[in-house]
Design a protein around this ligand. Sequence first.
Ligand code: NAP
Length: 304
Amino acid sequence: MPTPHSPSVEGRRAVTVIGLGSMGSALASALLDRGHPVTVWNRTPEKAQALVGRGARLAATPEQAVTASELTLTCVFDDDALRKVLTPIAGALAGRVVVNVTSGSAEQARDLDAWLRSHGAEHLDGGIMTTPPGVGDPSMMFLYSGSRPAFEAHRDTLQVLGDARYLGTDPGLASLYDVALLGLMWSTLTGWLHGSALVGADGVAAADFTPVAVRWLTAVAGFMTTYAGQVDAGRYPGDDATVDVQIATVQHLVHAAEARGVDTALPRLLESAMRRAAAAGHGSDSYASVVEVLRDAGRGGDSA
Ligand code: NAP
């Protein structure tokens, strides 16, 4: 295990990290931990002090930073900030590999990819599915898409940050998965918090409710796996539980919330999606058929 001041380990590839906020600092730190030579640049150079104390080299300019290593990780606030850093150094990017883990849209990732390739650089876009304390933990997922040769060439280095999953050559995919997974997280957490508020109103501690809720998520994950095939096939046999049955059941959730003064917006939103699916002819289909009304919202469907 390298000490905090240990020199870089032979054979470990040099990496540059641009952006030393909470996440960029964690990325640089994990690479130093594993003995990689690390060059860093941050708009506010003072934030590099601790990393420099552990052996990182501080570049004076973004240009010096990207030319110090074949591989550069960029992790700044957003796409605007990234462009402000990269645009003036476009001429220094040829032959470099830029792995951008700044959050953004799929469209921004695709534009960045075209721009980087036009300047002779390879590009991978990334989605970080953890918070800074999770960086370096192999159970945490880092999603990448874009240049396959760049991923293959730098897989071992990227694996230092967390489990590196390659999604495909479309550079927009990592960002799209990222927001889709965040949506899943927020929906799940809000459902759990709503449930905690419900049982809490009747005196049950969240700490008692939560192990049961977590166990239930295992079953829910099983439903998702079964329903994925139905979503892809566009056929939703209602042989487990139909939308009509779930519309009847969701009334109990609305009632339980109303009776306890708990917010009803979430159960009413769920009920609305189920009712629209039933109105579109899916009453006797499985819950997976709700995807039809979610998909159609942008094509003139009723999203209310
Ligand atoms: P942060 O702590 O606020 O750091 C923002 C970084 O962006 C700083 O290095 C800042 O430089 C830099 N920056 C902002 N505007 C800039 C500009 N105009 N020019 C140059 N540099 C600029 O944010 P963070 O938590 O590290 O997040 C960084 C990225 O990682 C974001 O896109 C975020 O969505 C993504 N991410 C974060 C997490 C997380 O848990 N934190 C998880 C997944 C993904 P200064 O130090 O000079 O202000």
